[in-house]
Design a protein around this ligand. Structure first.
Ligand code: ADP
Ligand code: MG
Length: 224
């Protein structure tokens, strides 16, 4: 999915002047490309990912996700678009504690009403690829931090989204585990050909992706 953002601005209400976070930001990512976004804490990285993921709307500017202008859609259409076209991986895994790894991976399929057997085959294939097939029946509390993030990767990809958004996906992991999860993200992204945008503080993780962008002020510039 090609991502094209033009003149995107976003501010939050604050006492006195609104707090301007993104100002006339431009971003153009080819379909299937992989991009890392870096920048200091509080500069607006999560805000940008939330807008790209249609969880928040911009104040002004345009966002095209593939052929779609998500902010022109009605509420129901937008929810359907988000559920089927966008996968999210956050710093926290947000797995449901009462559900098994397989059930967690299947959750995004509840809204798409496709044949459950096909969904389950895809979930198991993804769990195999992230090395968790034998742990399918376990609950998140029985997994390590790295394994939980691997389950979150499988869940994010089960609908084969055109866009995969990752917000500090290895931020809670130790260096070695972070490296393995990073390898897995790159390997899986290449095989599913989703466009991937990863926010990270890790130079090492950022270096695994095709492009590195850096926040400078309230806009993005190509790093290096
Ligand atoms: P980053 O992910 O780069 O650390 P964020 O995008 O989370 O930064 O936040 C950017 C700025 O916007 C911060 O100063 C933060 O406090 C502020 N902010 C984020 N969300 C809100 C909100 N819902 N209301 C008001 N301010 C917010
Ligand atoms: Mg953030």
């Amino acid at each position: 999915m090609r991502i094209k953002v033009e003149n995107l601005s976003k501010s939050y209400p604050a006492p006195g002047e609104p707090l301007s976070i993104l100002d006339n930001l431009q971003l153009d990512v080819s379909g299937g490309d992989s991009v890392a976004i870096m920048g200091p804490s509080g500069c607006g990285k999560s805000t940008l990912l939330h807008i790209l993921g249609t969880l928040e709307s911009p104040d002004s500017g345009s966002v095209s996700l593939g052929e779609t202008d998500p902010f022109a859609l009605g509420e129901g259409e937008l929810a359907h678009f988000r559920n089927t076209q966008v996968g999210f991986i956050f710093q926290e895994h947000y797995l449901l504690p009462q559900c098994t790894v397989l059930e967690n991976t299947l959750l995004p399929l509840l809204v798409t009403r496709e044949d459950p057997r096909e969904g389950e085959a895809r979930a198991k294939d993804l769990l195999g690829r992230v090395g968790l097939l034998e742990r399918s029946g376990h609950r998140p509390s029985e997994l390590s931090g790295g394994e939980r993030q691997r389950a979150a990767i499988a869940r994010a990809l089960v609908n084969s989204p055109g866009l995969l958004l990752c917000d500090e996906p290895t931020g809670n992991l130790d260096g070695e585990t972070a490296g393995k999860v990073g390898d897995l993200l790159v390997e899986i992204q290449e095989s599913v050909s989703s466009t991937i945008i990863v926010v990270t503080h890790s130079q090492e993780l950022a270096g695994r992706f095709n492009r590195q962008l850096l926040f400078s002020g309230k806009n993005l510039s190509e790093a290096g």
